[in-house]
Write a protein that binds this ligand. Structure first.
Ligand SMILES: [Zn+2]
Length: 369
């Protein structure tokens, strides 16, 4: 390492002393490889407090006798720009090297093929739900949605569920905890069906009304091949003057043919729902055996050899329900229906376990893409 000699040495052989100094700086500059090293190098030579240039002023210029000072000053003024230039050149050298290396590392070969990102696809349940909604949209129904967390009033009371109806049982319904202080009708629960949306729609709109309500519902069911605590429903409601059971039959017969093919037959069986009167279960002719009950010479397992598959519930809206939404039951009538989306997806795609829809196994889901 170079250190600035005392003035005596400079005075004895000024040219030699200056040459030594510049050679020493050049040798140090040649060793600089990184930016950190360069900063040390720069501070060592140009540092304001203790750099070598500052030392030259102290040790040579100030120490020189007055008559010799101009000569020393001239020499130092000539040498300073040289020192500064070498510091600058050294920086350029290492930065040039670094940027060349960086350019090489960041080189992009634009002729390489791009990275293909796999495209997502609709989940089979959503796909089926959209298909079902589409059938009714084509009939002029509008789509309505409502909250998944409902009040007891919308989920049960306004739908004409008597207070002790078994569907209110905690076995079926998932109630939100800690609401004992609220009156029963305000207590929150996870909706067990999409029917509350029908009430909300009738509150919003005056008849005539045709809505279809798709959505997610929750029940306290243990998961197995045919049950899931979460599933989806599509419900429909039509209210107008002179709506009859024939309209209901015609609408659902059309919907089933649109979903399962024009050869499918429907039949209606008496049933019970609190919010419809009369109520019916709808069966379709078995799509696996064509309604014959036998397949490949053996009894059809899908319809238990009956030739029919039960698919959905429906009925004429109970006049009591109109009382909750300020419709006049003497003037209007209507029908409602509801179907499980998973149930229809299972039939359409021949899936044997409802859990497959919710396990998130991409190998299963890919088949529907
Ligand atoms: Zn069958």
């Amino acid at each position: 390492m170079y250190s600035v000699p005392q003035f005596e040495e400079y005075r004895s052989d000024p040219l030699h002393a200056l040459e030594n100094l510049l050679n020493a700086q050049a040798a140090e500059a040649a060793k600089v490889r990184t930016e950190t090293e360069w900063k040390e190098f720069r501070d060592r030579w140009l540092g304001r407090k203790n750099g070598i240039v500052t030392q030259l002023n102290q040790l040579w210029l100030k120490a020189a006798p007055p008559h010799y000072k101009p000569t020393v000053g001239e020499n130092l003024n000539a040498i300073k720009p040289q020192i500064e230039r070498l510091v600058e050149e050294t920086l350029n050298r290492i930065q040039g090297g670094a940027s060349t290396a960086r350019l090489a590392a960041e080189r992009v070969d634009v002729t390489l093929p791009g990275i293909r990102r796999p495209l997502g696809a609709e989940h089979p349940v959503i796909k089926t739900m959209n298909e079902m909604v589409g059938v009714f949209r084509n009939l002029g129904y509008s789509v309505e949605e409502g909250p998944e967390i409902e009040t007891d009033y919308y989920n049960f009371e306004a739908l004409n569920f008597p207070p002790n109806h078994p569907a209110r049982d905690t076995q079926d319904t998932l109630f939100i905890a800690g609401q004992e202080s609220k009156p029963q009708r305000d207590r929150l629960l996870l909706r067990t069906h999409t029917s509350p949306v029908q009430i909300r729609s009738m509150e919003k709109m005056k008849p005539p009304l045709r809505v279809v309500c798709p959505g997610k519902v929750h029940r306290n069911d243990a998961p197995d091949a045919t049950h899931s605590p979460i599933f989806h429903q599509v419900e429909g409601l039509a209210v107008d003057t002179n709506i009859t059971f024939c309209d209901l039959k015609g609408t659902l017969d059309h919907a089933m043919k649109a979903l399962f093919g024009s050869s499918v037959k429907t039949r209606f069986y008496p049933s019970f729902f609190p919010f419809t009167e009369p109520s019916a279960d709808v069966q379709i002719s078995c799509i696996f055996c064509g309604g014959t009950g036998t397949r490949d010479g053996a009894p059809c397992r899908n319809c238990k050899a009956s030739g029919w598959i039960e698919l959905l519930g429906c009925g004429m809206v109970d006049p009591n329900v109109y009382g909750f939404v300020d419709y006049d039951p003497a003037k209007v009538s209507g029908f409602a229906f509801g179907m499980g989306v998973e149930r229809i997806a299972i039939l359409k795609y021949g899936v044997d376990d409802i859990q497959l829809f919710f396990n998130g196994d991409v190998r299963f889901l890919e088949q529907f893409a």
